[in-house]
Design a protein around this ligand. Structure first.
Ligand SMILES: *Cc1c(COP(=O)(O)O)cnc(C)c1O
Length: 362
């Protein structure tokens, strides 16, 4: 019997047991090739099938229009913080940001290295416990793009709807909520996500971009940092993170088998309801960090009456097989990350543990 933890890690995060088991089964001999997927050329027809298969299944599941390119890159979402302004912040234009918290801040700071930036809206005055109201977003007239962080992983807030930006390109960092709910991709010029929260293991970053934005990058940028390099070469310009791409493919098949993205969203709502209800019905013993209408389906952030009690909560939870419930070091408190692959059973167990902990300490 495998002993699987109740894994609430923020990233890298839980993967479905079925996906791990399939990878295990194929680990030594992939598709009768007599070698692991890790041991074969990325120019082989077997790997090309893996690469193309993952792309086309992502296109199907996330309903990505044909006029968009899908890239599998390296360097994490953090490299996109720089690649986006390098490629898309043209002289005389302004990179504008909705400042929602820790990850938006990092994207914003990186863009400052390359040109003019502006904050189009911020919830800093509320310690980032909410997403700014869409009507408060002020996009500068000469904006190159508006960048949003669809889900703030650390604060536990999530856009419930996306700003309408007219002619201005909307860019979304969806690292922590890609494929957790249906999205109208055509509202965005570019979407990016590190895979290690909702899509697979670390090592590969997904970029989904409207073709015209990524097919003719400035020639002054290093080859590897130009989008058009990767577009022209189907993400095979240099050696790709082949095993990570393969696992993303398995994850996508798992999402498909679950009924697709809309079914996954319902599953995520059922999962998080168990925990948010426990918080809301605790009479103030547990205090949710995020405003109710900005709450994330991916990262549930909450606090207890004292840091001492929070420490005790973490300690006792670990003894009972829970992993990853300590909040991010920058904000403290507690956090349960409930990405796509986290099973309902883990959330049920956590809700029960929380109720029991309250009974003993309330
Ligand atoms: C985790 C995360 C990142 C950073 O991803 P890396 O792949 O580690 O660079 C960026 N943005 C958001 C919203 C994240 O959750």
């Amino acid at each position: 019997m495998t002993n699987r933890a109740f894994n609430f890690n923020a990233g890298p995060a839980a993967l479905p047991l079925e996906v791990l088991q399939q990878a295990q089964q194929e680990f030594i001999d992939y598709a009768g090739a007599g070698m692991s997927i890790m041991e074969m050329s990325h120019r082989s027809s077997i790997f090309e099938e893996v690469n193309d298969g993952a792309q086309s299944l992502l296109r199907e599941l996330f309903d990505i229009p044909g006029s968009y390119k899908i890239l599998f890159l390296q360097g994490g979402a953090s490299t996109q913080f720089a690649m986006i302004p390098m490629n898309l912040l043209t002289p005389g234009k302004v990179a504008s940001f909705v400042h929602t918290g820790s990850w938006a801040e990092k994207a914003y700071k990186e863009a400052k290295l390359f040109g003019e930036t502006a904050i189009a809206a911020t919830s800093e005055a509320h310690k980032f416990n909410r997403i700014p109201s869409l009507s408060d977003i002020q996009i500068p007239a000469n904006a190159a793009y508006l960048h949003i962080t669809s889900n703030e992983t650390i604060e536990g807030t999530q856009f419930q709807a996306f700003p309408k930006t007219g002619n201005v390109t909307l860019i979304g960092d969806m690292s922590s909520d890609i494929l957790s709910r249906p999205v109208d991709v055509s509202q965005f010029g570019l979407i990016y996500a590190g895979a290690q929260k909702n899509l697979g293991p670390s090592g590969v970053t997904i970029v989904i971009a409207r073709e015209d934005l990524v097919s003719d990058s400035p020639k002054t940028i290093p080859t590897m940092l130009r989008y058009d390099t990767h577009v022209k070469n189907n993400s095979l310009y240099n050696t790709p993170p082949s095993f990570a791409v393969y696992l993303v493919g398995l994850m996508l098949k798992w999402v498909q088998a679950k009924g697709g993205v809309a079914a996954i969203e319902q599953y995520n709502r059922d999962k998080t309801k168990l925990i948010y209800d426990t918080i809301d019905q605790s009479g103030g013993f547990y205090r949710g960090f995020a405003d109710a209408d900005s709450r994330s389906l991916m990262n549930i952030t909450f606090r207890l009456g004292s840091e001492e009690l929070e420490k005790q909560f973490v300690k006792e939870s670990e003894l009972q097989g829970f992993v990853g419930l300590k909040g991010h070091r920058s904000v403290g408190g507690l956090r349960a990350s409930t990405y796509n692959a986290v099973p309902l059973e883990s959330c049920k167990a956590l809700a029960e543990f929380m109720a029991d902990f309250q009974k003993r300490n309330g």
